[in-house]
Design a protein around this ligand. Structure first.
Ligand code: DHB
Length: 323
């Protein structure tokens, strides 16, 4: 008689453990939303709280509420999106006020801040250090504010800002970085980060100041900045992977790396895991699919890991083979 039991009954997705840590904060899953789409209002953040996202991440906030840039400012593309939202948000005090209610949803809360000066960032980091937030992500890489260069491309100013922002409290603080394209830039930024108690970095923000042209209408496709905007989605995944990989080889292990850029299925998440990401964030795919993407991608990642015989994130993290 043949044995009806499968040869390897434990080799199934339900036995894969996707729990992870960022800055010492436990996450019950490998993925959560990126600061970007659908995380601005309390209703959106509450909906995230009821989904399979591992954490609730807020839209980057500024000192005062902002409407953001003129429309059209977001266009879907075949393999992603081009956006120049211009930081529409409720202002940091609104997020401070809603944190106790978001906390009731029993997920870690990551607040993203994006001030226009060191003083702005100092005010907001100080406030969130005294709040219910679990992690603070400081955005040094918004490409969409006219006249405000991305701080992460200015190493001197990044250094000066970190001197101030890293002594405002004990909550883990991280940096959202722009994409870098040269090894001299990876190592210059890594050398700065290593001097401060930074708990995590998030790589990468959208690829800033790209231009998509509609040949039919002979026009740019978004209105702000003459059509220049941040490129997102599949187009930028190799850039995100390279940044995660480069920083994971340059930074000590106690600085976690969060991968973001083009994650829309379990294979994408697995690639970021191989490159060295402790967790990943989903932006464009979440905008297109809604909160269902978190459970779908987690299930796909677990299924892929089970097929390969892996049971934990730690077994795979950073294990990329080179030729
Ligand atoms: C926006 C875009 C970004 O890439 C970012 O990091 C923060 C804000 C925006 O345009 O709203």
């Amino acid at each position: 008689m043949s044995d009806p039991t499968p040869a390897c009954p434990r080799n199934t997705a339900e036995f894969v453990d996707l729990t992870t840590h960022i800055g010492g904060i436990a996450l019950d899953n490998y993925l959560f939303n990126a600061s970007g789409p659908l995380c601005t209002s309390e209703a959106e953040l509450t909906q995230l709280g009821h989904s399979a996202t591992a954490a609730i991440m807020t839209k980057s906030c500024t000192i005062l509420p902002r409407e953001g840039n003129a429309e059209p400012r977001y266009q879907n593309l075949p393999l992603g999106a081009l956006q120049s939202m211009g930081l529409p948000n409720l202002g940091y005090q609104a997020y401070l006020a809603m944190l106790p209610r978001l906390k009731l949803l029993n997920k870690p809360i990551v607040v993203s801040i994006s001030g226009f000066s060191v003083t702005d960032n100092q005010t907001m980091v100080s406030a969130f250090q005294q709040s219910d937030a679990d992690l603070i992500e400081v955005n040094f890489s918004c490409p969409n504010i006219e006249g405000k260069p991305q701080l992460g491309y200015d190493f001197e100013q990044t250094d000066q800002a970190l001197k101030v922002l890293c002594q405002l409290g004990d909550k883990p603080i991280g940096l959202k970085l722009p994409p870098y394209f040269d090894f001299s830039h990876f190592s210059a930024m890594a050398d700065i980060i290593k001097q401060y108690p930074i708990s995590f970095i998030t790589c990468i923000n959208s690829v800033g100041n790209t231009l998509v042209i509609d040949a039919e209408t002979e026009s740019a496709i978004i209105k702000p900045k003459g059509g220049f905007g941040g490129l997102c989605g599949d187009y930028i995944k190799p850039i995100g992977l390279a940044n995660v990989r480069a920083f994971s080889t340059l930074l000590p292990e106690n600085i976690d790396i969060i991968g973001v850029g083009g994650i829309k299925n379990g294979t994408d998440a697995f690639e970021y895991l191989l490159a060295g990401a402790s967790a990943v964030q989903v932006a464009t795919c979440y905008e297109k699919e809604g909160v269902e993407c978190f459970s779908r991608i987690s299930n796909e990642l677990a299924t892929l890991m089970a097929r390969k015989g892996y049971k934990t994130i730690a077994e795979v993290k950073g294990q990329l083979k080179t030729l």
